[in-house]
Design a protein around this ligand. Structure first.
Ligand SMILES: Nc1ncnc2c1ncn2[C@@H]1O[C@H](COP(=O)(O)OP(=O)(O)O)[C@@H](O)[C@H]1O
Ligand SMILES: [Mg+2]
Length: 252
């Protein structure tokens, strides 16, 4: 069957001991769509992402990428799926001991040394896409500001030209202005590269800007999903309370 769905989660559950973090997550992400998952800190957003990335095996349910169930693939088979993925980690997670150009091309070289001139060229091209000058190629991550590190991490995520990019809290640790610059960059990259994007965030401004659709994770389930312009008009009391940051409401 031909499907437009790039990623599908069907009844995905994951518990750690008695802590049922995911408890029947259902979600479909279309090809070329940018989806944001919002939810309180500790609601299981990162666990959900790790399940898709194959870092955590769900206790039940199916996760399909291009129609293929990836939950019971061997580590070796999963490598083929992982090649479709690009990832922007929370807090950038650059390698401090490596120069910027090696950070950007890391997924391409797997840490081994490959044709240096070619890799530097690829790094330069991808850095340019995120608005960074070739001057940073030989610097180390700790010589850059937080916003610049985020750009390098973005360049690293797009360098292998993935089909799907995951963004874990892309604006955390940035001031609102720098955060907005990163949001704009993400929108531009997703459009230009035609990728499918899944962003997890508790930053409402970021969700509204980056995503076509937003879904809210609460008590292990997706309790609401809708177009981004309905986020502040969802008709769902849980979403309302969360997006308005109110202390009183159905969320304890
Ligand atoms: N490897 C793990 N072992 C045990 N508990 C975990 C593990 N990873 C996450 N958790 C628990 O899962 C819950 C959700 O965590 P997480 O997905 O990181 O939340 P979020 O990303 O929404 O802030 C938390 O209660 C956390 O303590
Ligand atoms: Mg998280």
């Amino acid at each position: 069957m031909v499907t437009q769905h790039k990623i599908v989660l069907e009844d995905v559950a994951k518990a750690f001991g008695t802590n049922a973090v995911l408890d029947g997550v259902n979600l479909e992400i279309e090809r070329g769509e940018s989806m944001a998952i919002i939810g309180q800190s500790g609601s299981g957003k990162s666990v959900m992402l790790k399940c898709i990335l194959g870092l955590i095996r769900p206790g039940r349910g199916a996760i399909k990428v291009d129609g293929e169930n990836i939950t019971d693939l061997s580590a070796r088979e999963f490598e083929r799926v992982r090649a479709k993925f690009g990832m922007l980690f929370q807090g950038s997670a650059l390698f401090d001991s490596l120069p910027i150009w090696r950070n950007v091309t890391f997924a391409l070289t797997q840490g081994r040394s490959r044709d240096q001139a070619k890799m530097r060229k690829i790094a330069e091209e991808n850095l340019e896409r995120v608005g960074l000058d070739a001057k940073v190629l030989n610097l180390r991550p700790n010589e850059l500001s937080g916003g610049m590190q985020k750009r390098v991490a973005l360049a690293r995520a797009i360098a292998p030209r993935p089909e799907i990019i995951f963004f874990d809290e892309p604006t955390t640790g940035l001031d609102p202005i720098r955060a907005d610059v990163i949001n704009d960059l993400i929108v531009e990259l997703v459009e230009d590269l035609g990728v499918t994007a899944l962003t997890i965030t508790h930053d409402m401004a970021s969700a509204r800007k980056i995503a076509h659709r937003v879904a809210m994770l609460y008590q292990g389930k997706i309790i609401w999903r809708g177009p981004r312009d309905r986020l502040y008009d969802s008709g769902n009391p849980y979403v309302d309370q969360f997006v308005q940051g109110r202390a009183d409401g159905p969320i304890r």
